[in-house]
Design a protein around this ligand. Structure first.
Ligand code: ADP
Ligand code: ZN
Ligand code: ZN
Length: 802
């Protein structure tokens, strides 16, 4: 019986988790494997898809269509990742094909290029209009104007042009010329004798070629070793002395060599943690750990030494860090210990670099993988250990389909490979800490800083009182300024953090109160100094900075609030001699800018590092003795039940940047809510007290981790369409829910209009709802038939409620 391939097709508007059946052409019968990408006819189109299995029978009555082409020589998804994709689709309410695409590096995401080919049926005029240079042309609707598209479609219906499909995967492998020779050493020797006196360079090359190994040698290496130019090599090629063939090379994302380090002598707490973890590694137990260690307690050393044990046993390791903490400082620490075995995956790499790292992992050449969220899908085999640093970070959750949390994926892979998963943080998420309390994770506590260095002394500055006394500046209290000046005098360094969450500098008219807002979104535009422009941080809309109020024509329009640029200017005025480095989204946009700024600061080319949240994580600078938080509480007022948790985490993390070496550290936290428990407990870095207090609040409010949560969102350009859809969805959901479930909404989202769309949401909190999954699956399927422009999102355990 002929085999039938089951193919998940990639058609955005007609997705389904059920594969379609396709006949396998005879030539491919023994070559096709699950996990390979193919192109298949679908309706009147040819689309790409992934083979997920084989069968011998099908319900389909008619004549099966055949697979058109195979796009891969080997499966791009191994059996583990195929299973993982299925699980992901089930738990995140995404489609299987979406999950598979998320797992693949960008370069591998099949994009089918369509080409329109002229036939002899075309009239001379048509040919002149549509094919001026006579050749086939790309059919890219995004680049062609509508008239041309319409004209081409008409020609196609008339059979005057044909369409071909090509996959643009060509440039994916980087090559360099490699040198081989098919001449025998004696032939080369004879040639050498004949040129010896008049062409010494050629003779040198021939001498080198006599000792050439069997495999191709990079041309650059040959040129260098033989001391000849590439012109000489090209000349030798035309004479037939050597051949040049493309040689596959990796793009190396590590520009600078890293100095190797050796393991440090662990203290007792670190040793106990490493022992517990490596016992599980050695015994191949899928046991999970929570490493709860204060900032500066040496968690990274625990990770590194545990990884070393996994490697010794011939296994590999995966280390996840938040994108924001994936600094060169961090990756270099891993590189310094494990050298060439390390692959790094992050969004700063070019597509080509990502693909190269991915292949090194896939081939088993890289056995330690460091990366941000999506690295959790790296095709690592023989996993012996998974580590997730800063496990509380919300960036581990993806906020588009599939809305997965890397922690859940890590735990799944740990089970699959029978290997331990280590979650580490100074401020674990409430969910994780609660699971540890239930015994699901083994808690490993590092309560002390390395060498018993004290935690920094934290001062809380009441900005209400400060502003009343009119001491200092709007942004800087008198005590903080004094402390900064003191550090400048002592040649020590300062880190200042401006909390940008829920905060921006906006234009307001002091006469009529008019605020300049984005025409597309429902939020105020942010004032930028360089270039001087008003900008929407949600959709990117830009406009000129107004000089008169657009509403009342008053000239008293000015910007309010604080941006990093404004603070930098103000601070420079207050402290004219201070050397300030600013680190925010704007100053780090260029590739390598982040690294450059940190290097400058590390070499003490600056006294003050002023930045947004991105400076709170992972930085380890021994000369930093003062940390200032300019606005601790802007995030406290956000309509999100995690506001306190996020504030506590951020303050604890940033405070941890001070006093990491011999000199003791000091922290100043400026706030308008000095008595709030999140701020008070951050002062003492008392995570355990915070955990107990916050759990109590969550219990009272019926929030996670006491309840599970599902967020449903409908969005549309027309507000009434979005609202109506949300009410319909809610009606459907209610039928599947018991009266134990709590429903919030429908409500417009806190930021109701983003990128010209209105958002309505419902949040369901529940403990045990056996029918909910089936109802949500139906909603997912139904959303395919939704009116044009309506998008419905299902988010299990959402991280963002705004
Ligand atoms: P954490 O990640 O817990 O904040 P780190 O891993 O960054 O802490 O460690 C803080 C500092 O202590 C680093 O500079 C690190 O090199 C150093 N360190 C870690 N473990 C030891 C040890 N056993 N002996 C000496 N120094 C250590
Ligand atoms: Zn006005
Ligand atoms: Zn906008």
């Amino acid at each position: 019986m002929a085999q039938i391939a089951q193919v998940l097709v990639d058609v955005p508007t007609m997705q389904t988790n059920d594969p379609y059946s396709y006949a396998i052409p005879d030539q491919l019968a023994d070559q096709l494997q699950p996990g390979m990408r193919v192109t298949v006819p679908f309706g009147h189109r040819v689309v790409s898809g992934v083979v997920v299995g084989f069968t011998t029978s099908t319900q389909y009555e008619g004549q099966l269509k055949s697979i058109r082409a195979v796009l891969d020589l080997a499966p791009v998804l191994n059996p583990e990742l195929q299973q993982l994709a299925d699980w992901l689709a089930q738990t995140t309410y995404a489609f299987r094909i979406t999950c598979i695409q998320t797992m693949l590096p960008n370069l591998l995401k099949a994009s089918v290029e369509r080409q329109i080919v002229p036939t002899n049926e075309l009239t001379a005029t048509e040919r002149a209009v549509y094919f001026p240079d006579g050749a086939a042309r790309d059919f890219d609707t995004s680049k062609l104007d509508t008239d041309t598209v319409a004209g081409l479609l008409k020609l196609r219906r008339a059979g005057k042009v044909t369409v071909t499909y090509q996959v643009k995967d060509k440039a994916s492998v980087k090559t360099t010329p490699g040198i081989t020779t098919s001449l025998a050493p004696q032939q080369l020797e004879d040639l050498k004798q004949s040129v010896a006196t008049r062409a010494p360079k050629q003779a040198a090359l021939l001498t080198y070629l006599q000792a050439l190994p069997d495999h191709p040698v990079p041309q650059a290496k040959v040129a260098h070793a033989a001391g000849v130019s590439s012109a000489v090599i090209r000349g030798a090629e035309t004479k037939g002395w050597l051949k040049r063939t493309p040689l596959e090379v990796y793009r190396d994302p590590f520009q600078q060599p890293v100095k190797p380090t050796t393991p440090l002598r662990l203290n007792a707490e670190q040793q106990a943690a490493v022992d517990a973890i490596t016992t599980a590694v050695t015994q191949r137990q899928a046991k999970n750990f929570l490493v709860e260690g204060v900032t500066g307690s040496g968690k990274t050393e625990v990770y590194l030494q545990s990884i070393a044990v996994a490697l010794q046993q011939g296994r590999s390791a995966l280390m996840l860090v938040p994108e924001i903490a994936l600094t060169p400082q961090m990756t270099n620490r891993v590189k310094a210990r494990f050298g060439q075995r390390v692959a790094v995956l992050h969004s700063g790499l070019s597509k080509g670099e990502q693909y190269d790292e991915w292949r090194r992992i896939d081939r088993g050449e890289a056995t330690v993988v460091v990366g941000a969220r999506s690295a959790v899908f790296a095709p690592i085999q023989h996993l012996g250990l998974i580590i997730m640093d800063e496990e509380h970070e919300s960036s581990y959750k993806q906020d588009e389909n599939p809305r997965y949390h890397a922690r859940d994926v890590a735990l799944w892979r740990g089970k699959y490979h029978d290997c331990p998963v280590v979650l580490g943080s100074a401020t674990p998420s409430l969910e994780t800490r609660a699971r540890a309390a239930k015994g699901l994770y083994t808690r490993l506590v590092l309560a002390h800083r390395i060498n018993d260095r004290p935690l920094p002394t934290v001062h809380i500055i009441d900005m209400r009182a400060e502003l009343k006394q009119h001491q200092g500046d709007d942004d800087f209290s008198a005590p903080l300024l004094t402390a900064i000046q003191d550090r400048l005098d002592r040649h020590e360094q300062v880190v200042l953090m401006l909390n940008r969450r829920g905060f921006s500098s906006f234009m307001m008219c002091r006469d009529c109160g008019f605020v300049l807002k984005c025409p597309n979104c429902d939020i105020s535009l942010t004032y930028h100094v360089n270039p001087r422009v008003m900008k929407c941080h949600y959709c990117g809309h830009e406009e000129a900075v107004p000089t008169v109020c657009p509403n009342c024509r008053s000239r008293k329009i000015r910007y309010y609030g604080t941006g990093t640029q404004k603070v930098e200017t103000a601070l420079q005025k207050l402290l004219p001699t201070a050397r300030i480095l600013r680190m925010d989204v704007d100053s780090t946009r260029r590739k390598g800018a982040h690294e450059k700024l940190l290097n400058q600061f590390g070499q003490h080319d600056a006294d003050i590092l002023l930045g947004t949240q991105m400076i709170a994580k992972g930085l380890d600078f021994p000369n930093v003795t003062l940390v200032g938080v300019l606005n601790a509480d802007t995030a406290l007022g956000l309509p999100d039940f995690r506001a306190s948790e996020r504030t506590f985490q951020l303050l604890t993390q940033v405070s941890g940047r001070a006093g990491r070496a011999e000199k003791p550290g000091e922290v100043y936290i400026q706030t308008f809510n000095p008595d709030h428990y999140a701020i008070q407990l951050a002062r003492t870095q008392d995570y355990e007290r915070f955990f107990v207090t916050e759990m109590h609040m969550r219990h009272q409010g019926n929030y996670p981790p006491y309840y599970y949560a599902i967020q449903l969102t409908a969005s549309h350009e027309d507000e009434s369409v979005a609202a109506k859809a949300m009410y319909q969805i809610l009606a459907a959901v209610k039928q599947g829910l018991s009266d134990q479930a709590i429903i919030l909404g429908p409500t417009p989202k806190a930021i109701a209009r983003v990128k010209r769309k209105y958002y309505y949401q419902v949040v369901i909190k529940y403990k045990h709802e056996p029918h909910l999954k089936a109802v949500l699956d139906q909603i997912r399927q139904g959303s395919q038939r939704a009116p044009r422009g309506l998008a419905v999102a299902i988010d299990a355990e959402p991280m963002n409620f705004m």
